[in-house]
Write a protein that binds this ligand. Structure first.
Ligand code: SF4
Length: 697
């Protein structure tokens, strides 16, 4: 039996693992033994999700053939098995009908941050070249977009961590804002644990006392939606105490004066009132960051998934720049990417406004370069389309998408205001969903396409450090299951544009290298062979002689001036604040045993035994006020919908805040789709709710 080195199908840590085929569990299905590998990121560690990932491969719920509606056009009729020919025939007819009647932009695609680089690249090209449509975006818009926008503005580049994860172990002070790696990516905790064992101090900013906060030196518990004020308040103290790095600011940045002036309004007493964080904690946090370095500031979705998420990430970047942390060893600002290929997924053209290499779709030079690689006229390239939620919200409307293909996304569970999402999907003329399982979104589709999984395909992923790695095939997909790459290729052929596409992963990657060359995310020097030999290569890597770039910003910033930019940002209230009818704040997040919308992990027995259902985390004081005991059913209500969950009482959460995990249907029935004006990120992390005890049964 040949062992295959590959990576976990789930989060952005992309832990290395070894797969060895073994006796099948059931006739006709492959079996595989999964063991952790000594890859430089996970160093032999895996979390419960990774250890059980092989369960997905031969799961009884697995989609093994295409499905179509028994009565075409009637989504209330049952789904039945079909041949690929029949499925394709229905899809191509729907595409042609929509485009003849409503134009090219009436057909669109919604992608995912779990797609390999090759698939993300091909999907972006498929929409622009085969469909000639502008309608494409992906679920990463709901994940990384605020931090990405802020980093692009300040640093001229968006790479989640601009240093290897191992640097975290060497930092003396680490500030984690809205990040809970102990639950989200447990093997990464080895770096924090090593640092702490060597005397490093960790500070966690989170309205909940998470497993990460439990081990921290300091835990700051701000009211959700006030992180920007908190960051500006910390900068105010740093300026007042003379802790800013004047030499770094003068030599390597621009725009500090305006930011300094803005922080005058964030004096500690006011920030304590706004955030609920005591002044003593504010002072100690800045003191540690400024005087006990090297120091890092790491943000994640808790800071970023707000209707002012970009400016909030910007405020943390301002603080990191003012303290002179960026571009120095074991120091800096980074954002912890969530999805498996959240980083690569946003570099190769899946976003509504981007082309491969992180190029802008509205930049004439970028259009000319990519068009030349694709062999088309630049004028054929459409202009930027709508962002993810804007696209969903316009589905079925006169100017919106009429035929939609969703890949690697379960937006019925993962998008905000899920009641609206379901309503909009029902308004479509035609919906295609590609997935491994019949997700909640697939249940609404006209056609469901079964896709090959992580261990059944070749390709590359880019992890949270910007390290490009190989996903390798350990076993073939079941006979009637196809890779998305093959489906994209075959559909392009049926649409008369087949000559522009291939489904051979390495050939796609070679084209991706050319398309990205000279761009911000430059993969020109990265090859499958180099990845194999070097255990991954860090972008940017502009030539085969280039060693790759594990650490950014040592010599400069890829901005017009070569300097990092301070950008003035000010607090504004969340799009929805508590009132008499909805007096509390809902915030959402992860459980250790689940991943994203749970399409995969809710089907893994060991994970569901460990955590059978979602729990709403409620402070005992708040529970007492409403007669709620631990384990009771509670109904959470917002202006958009309601969800019933079992209560878990915890004095580790603020008494004015309720936490609900987003891995099951429910939490996003409540969340607010108010969008950040810069990144178009919805306000997942703060909305107003009411709570009451719900009857059993
Ligand atoms: Fe997989 Fe992430 Fe767990 Fe590693 S930490 S095993 S990549 S889910």
């Amino acid at each position: 039996m040949t062992a295959t080195q590959t990576h976990c199908p789930y989060c952005a840590l992309q832990c290395g693992m070894t797969l060895t085929p073994e006796i099948p569990l059931r006739p006709g299905m492959p079996g595989v033994r999964l063991e952790p590998a000594e890859f430089p990121v996970n160093r032999g560690g895996l979390c419960a999700k990774g250890f059980t990932a092989a369960d997905l491969l031969d799961h009884t719920d697995r989609l093994l053939t295409p499905l179509v509606r028994k009565e075409p056009g009637n989504r209330d009729s049952p789904l039945r098995e079909a041949s690929w020919e029949e499925a394709y025939e229905r899809i191509v007819t729907a595409i042609r009908t929509s485009q003849q009647e409503y134009g090219p932009d009436s057909v669109g695609c919604f992608g995912g941050g779990g797609l390999t680089n090759e698939k993300a690249y091909t999907l972006g090209k498929f929409v622009r070249v085969a469909l000639r449509s502008s309608a494409i975006d992906y679920n990463g818009r709901f994940c990384m977009s605020s931090a990405a926008t802020a980093a692009n503005r300040a640093l001229g580049i968006d790479r989640g961590l601009p240093f290897p994860l191992a640097d975290v172990a060497e930092a003396r002070t680490v500030l984690l804002v809205g990040a809970n790696p102990a639950d989200a990516m447990p093997p990464s905790m080895q770096y924090l644990d090593t640092g702490r064992a060597n005397g490093a101090k960790h500070i966690v900013v989170d309205p909940r006392r998470t497993n990460t906060a439990n081990g921290a030196h300091l835990h700051l518990q701000p009211l959700p939606g006030t992180d920007l004020a908190l960051a500006n308040g910390l900068l105010h103290i740093a300026i007042r105490e003379g802790w800013v790095d004047e030499a770094f600011i003068a030599a390597r940045t621009e725009g500090f004066a305006a930011v300094k002036a803005a922080t005058n309004a964030y004096w500690p007493e006011r920030v304590e009132r706004m955030t609920g964080v005591p002044e003593t904690q504010l002072r100690e946090t800045v003191r540690l960051l400024a005087t006990e370095g090297p120091s890092m500031i790491l943000t994640a979705r808790g800071a970023e998934q707000h209707s002012n998420g970009t400016n909030t990430a910007q405020a943390w970047l301002n603080l990191a720049l003012a303290l002179g942390l960026v571009g120095k060893p074991f120091s800096g600002y980074g954002t912890i990417t969530g999805q498996g290929n959240g980083q690569g997924g946003r570099e190769h053209g899946q976003k509504a406004d981007q082309l491969p290499g992180y190029r802008r779709l509205d930049d004439p030079a970028a259009r000319a370069h990519v068009a030349s690689v694709w062999g088309i006229d630049p004028a054929e390239l459409p202009q930027p389309g709508r962002s993810a939620y804007e696209m969903i919200d316009a589905l079925g409307s006169d100017a919106g998408v009429k035929t939609l293909w969703i890949l690697a996304s379960n937006i019925v569970v993962s998008a905000p205001h899920s009641g609206n999402v379901v309503g909009k999907l029902r308004q479509l003329d035609f919906l295609v969903v590609s997935d491994i399982f019949r997700s909640e979104t697939a249940e609404l589709a006209d056609v469901v396409l079964p896709t090959a999984q992580w261990a059944e395909e070749e390709g590359t992923m880019t992890n949270l450090e910007g390290r490009v790695i190989r996903r390798r095939m350990a076993l073939p997909p079941p006979p009637m299951v196809k890779s998305d790459l093959t489906v994209l290729n075959e559909l392009a052929g049926l649409l008369g544009r087949g000559e522009f596409f291939t489904d051979e992963p390495e050939a796609v990657f070679e084209e991706l290298r050319r398309a990205s060359a000279g761009g911000i995310a430059d993969y020109a020097g990265i090859s499958y062979q180099r990845i194999d030999e070097e255990q991954g290569v860090f972008w940017p890597c502009p030539s085969e002689e280039h060693p790759g770039t594990p650490r950014l910003f040592a010599d400069g910033f890829p901005t017009a001036s070569g300097r990092a930019r301070f950008i003035r940002v000010d607090h504004r209230d969340p799009a929805e604040v508590p009132d008499k009818t909805f007096p509390y704040v809902l915030t959402t997040g992860r459980n250790m045993q689940q991943y994203q919308s749970g399409t995969q992990t809710r089907r893994v027995r060991a994970l569901t035994v460990a955590l059978p259902e979602p729990r709403a985390e409620i402070h005992p004081d708040l529970a007492r006020r409403h007669g709620i005991a631990d384990g009771d059913l509670v109904e959470l209500r917002s202006r958009r919908g309601a969800a019933t969950l079992r209560a878990r009482l915890s004095d580790g959460i603020r008494p004015d805040t309720v936490f609900a995990p987003f891995h099951w249907p429910g939490a996003n029935a409540l969340t607010n789709p108010a969008l950040d004006p810069h990144s178009k990120m919805p306000a997942f992390k703060a909305c107003a709710i009411a709570i009451s005890r719900a009857p059993e049964g």
